[in-house]
Design a protein around this ligand. Structure first.
Ligand code: SF4
Length: 706
């Protein structure tokens, strides 16, 4: 007899509830959960085909070990695998210090997995060398919120999408990347044609189909555009002086900065018509409520932090925050990027929205864990980490649930690092990812539908992820693998001391972690898996006394800064370093497609999901194709200063002349040669350390056929 298990979709940060139909051994169907407040029964093409993915042939089923780089891996039992891993990590730490090892984890992990990794790195190992692929995704938004509002806390709820009178979407193709939220917006616009929607994006994406105004800015010029909009808002008297005076600091400095960002200057920098600038400012300034939604177009940039703060400035200047339909609302790319931020899964963070660089925060965490201290030395962020591996400073690397040999920029250097690293462990559900080929030890992990824990979506809502079936082969839950390693390392590094890793279930990990949120901005110390089951998914901060979470933050105008005032951040527009020139005359943009997810380890197993776009292509404006004497479908060589790939070219009116687009999903499993990230640059934002994945200069030439 078939059963139904309520859980959460494993793809994007919308965090849709799903109902998994199964017979205890196989997942048979997936439907949207009508009771989940993220989606109310809706699912997109990816979520609704979850049961058609995860082909067993693509799964890692047994631990595999090789004892030399030139050897193939052989199947071993779990005890042999984990004893070997613990021995190599323990010896490396003993000989070269705790910072000679590192962990690179993922926004796909559950909160309990994240927490186990964090505690292991910061206690038993004693390093802050723990970073996540969320560094490539959300670290600029983290900086933006903290600098402006005092805490890494998106202040809005999904219902604000329906309630807002003016929605500004920046650097986000929601129609493809967050489809269920886009459907909510589309329906709200259909019901209220007076609702204004502005899209800021270099491409005319499918999201623009419901926009009243599309500002096709030149790539990387967002800060100039936001300052230009504020200039007009000030000139027209569309700011909220009472809110600014009562609840913020730093406005005068920002006012003098944006004085220079005249419509004429901004129009010339951004390539946008002056009238369109004026129209956008009027829509924002005259709307009773104003919501902004953004994603990778702002975050993945060497100016990612400045872009985030310049956008948040618009909300503070207009007082459009902390009320229904208003606020700055970053959309998280991955299903549990938020959980990673909560548990401190970036090298500069600690659990409970604490900072590794803050001595008082370190003391609080150490006291909670019952250890003398947690490490003070700065950890390495993703780009820095792989560079440290490449030059031999990091000698043992543990990678979980992510595919850096496809997703990191400047693949040539990343692969050199993985090739040269003395010991690489890959803990992964899918055994065929590009990164698995570099694994000295491959550990099979349980995947969606097979594991339990929790995730937090973009609106701070925590859902219980429940297993429907058992994992195939010998795959184990991620948290269990980490705790096993921790207990083995404790014998070497903390002999005779009681174990810090006696956890028997994800619920026990959740219950320990939640104590670290007590009294913090994200406080959910009274929540539990059982309470989520009883009350449904809840938004943090959550207090048991009210019996529900918090839909909106800063409703009283009191922010999470020391003095309760939000901060205007005044930073000028700085052009991206790598610009088009005679040799590399096109600006490359990268991004998602509607039916694929990340490196396609899961979506790449379902033929149906190739029906939308069959293969990786270089998209150029038809005029570019004509002027370069290319033909639609022709194979071209795409080069940047870092590498080359060969793809068919296709004409696309969505792209402006001078620009180009390649989807991020295809790696060398699907292409001859490496994926798009052989072209992208490792330059990163100096504060958030998020790399510039959205902009690279390229050349395009026809491939000479033999
Ligand atoms: Fe899954 Fe995101 Fe689609 Fe919802 S919108 S079904 S979370 S991929």
């Amino acid at each position: 007899m078939n059963k139904v298990t309520a859980s959460t979709c494993c793809y994007c940060g919308v965090g849709c509830g799903v109902l998994i139909e199964h017979d205890g051994e196989r997942i048979l169907d997936v439907q949207g959960d009508p009771n989940h407040p993220a989606n109310y029964g809706r699912l997109c093409s990816k979520g609704s085909t979850l049961h058609k993915t995860g082909d067993i042939a693509a799964r890692a089923l047994y631990p595999e070990l090789r004892l030399g780089k030139a050897m193939g891996r052989s199947r071993v039992d779990w005890d042999t695998a984990m004893e070997h891993a613990a021995q190599v990590f323990g010896t490396t730490i003993a000989e070269h210090g705790p910072d000679s090892v590192a962990f690179y984890i993922s926004g796909q992990l559950l909160t309990e997995d994240y927490y186990a990794f964090n505690k292991l790195a910061r206690t038993v190992v004693g390093t802050n060398n723990l970073d996540s692929n969320s560094r490539l995704c959300m670290s600029s938004a983290v900086v933006g919120y903290k600098r402006s509002l005092g805490a890494d806390a998106p202040p809005c709820s999904y219902e604000d999408i329906e309630l807002s009178d003016c929605v500004l979407i920046v650097g986000s193709n929601m129609a493809y990347a967050h489809p269920v939220l886009f459907r909510r917006l589309e329906q709200a616009k259909a019901e209220n044609p007076d609702k204004r929607i502005i899209v800021i994006d270099p491409r005319r994406t499918n999201t623009c189909e419901i926009a009243d105004l599309h500002l096709a800015l030149q790539p990387g010029t967002d800060v100039a555009l936001f300052h230009g909009l504020l200039h007009i808002l000030l000139w027209e008297g569309w700011t909220d002086r009472a809110f600014v005076d009562g609840h913020t600091q730093g406005f005068d400095e920002l006012k003098s900065l944006v004085r220079d960002y005249t419509p004429a200057m901004v129009s010339s920098i951004c390539g946008i018509d002056r009238d369109d600038l004026q129209t956008a400012a009027r829509m924002i300034g005259s709307a009773p409520s104003f919501l902004s939604l953004w994603c990778m177009g702002l975050n993945q940039s060497t100016a990612g932090s400045a872009k985030n703060n310049a956008l948040i400035n618009l909300h503070l200047a207009t007082g459009q925050i902390g009320k229904p339909g208003s606020g700055p609302f970053s959309l998280t790319g991955q299903p549990n990027a938020m959980g990673g931020r909560e548990t401190g899964s970036l090298s500069n963070l600690l659990p409970g929205h604490r900072d590794a660089g803050n001595a008082a925060h370190r003391e609080e965490v150490a006291a909670y864990w019952g250890v003398d201290s947690v490490p003070a030395s700065p950890g390495l962020s993703a780009i820095e980490l792989f560079e440290a591996v490449r030059v031999g400073k990091v000698k043992a690397l543990w990678i979980a649930c992510t595919n850096p040999a496809q997703s990191m920029p400047d693949q040539t250097l990343v692969r050199e690092a993985l090739q040269n690293c003395p010991f690489v462990v890959v803990q992964e559900a899918f055994g065929n990812t590009e990164t698995c080929q570099f694994a000295d030890l491959l550990l099979p992990a349980a995947s969606w539908g097979e594991k339990e824990g929790s995730v937090t979506n973009s609106e701070r809502r925590i859902s219980h992820v429940r297993p429907a079936i058992t994992a195939p082969g010998e795959a184990r839950a991620d948290w269990a693998i980490v705790c096993d390693l921790a207990r083995r390392l404790e014998k070497q590094l903390r002999p005779g001391q009681p174990s810090l890793f006696g956890f028997q279930s994800p619920a026990e990990l959740f219950d320990e972690f939640k104590g670290l949120t007590a009294g913090r901005d994200l406080d959910y110390s009274t929540l539990s898996h059982a309470l989520i089951d009883q009350l449904g998914p809840q938004q943090w901060p959550f207090r048991a006394i009210t019996g529900h979470g918090t839909a909106r933050l800063y409703t009283d105008g009191h922010f999470a800064t020391d003095d309760g005032r939000a901060r205007f951040v005044s930073e000028p527009f700085i052009p991206a370093k790598e610009q088009r020139d005679a040799r590399f005359s096109l600006t490359l943009n990268t991004g998602r497609l509607r039916d694929q997810w990340h490196g396609m380890s899961r979506t790449g197993t379902a033929a149906q999901l190739f029906g939308h776009v069959e293969q990786a292509q270089l998209s150029l404006h038809p005029d570019e194709i004509r002027s370069r004497r290319l033909r639609d479908g022709q194979l071209v060589s795409v080069r940047s200063r870092r590498g080359e790939i060969i793809l068919p070219v296709t004409a696309d009116e969505q792209i402006r002349p001078g620009q180009a687009f390649i989807p991020m999903h295809w790696g060398d499993r699907f292409l001859k040669g490496l994926g798009v990230n052989v072209l992208t640059q490792p330059a990163f934002d100096p504060i958030s350390k998020q790399p510039e994945l959205k902009q690279a200069s390229i050349s395009v030439t026809p491939v000479a056929l033999p």
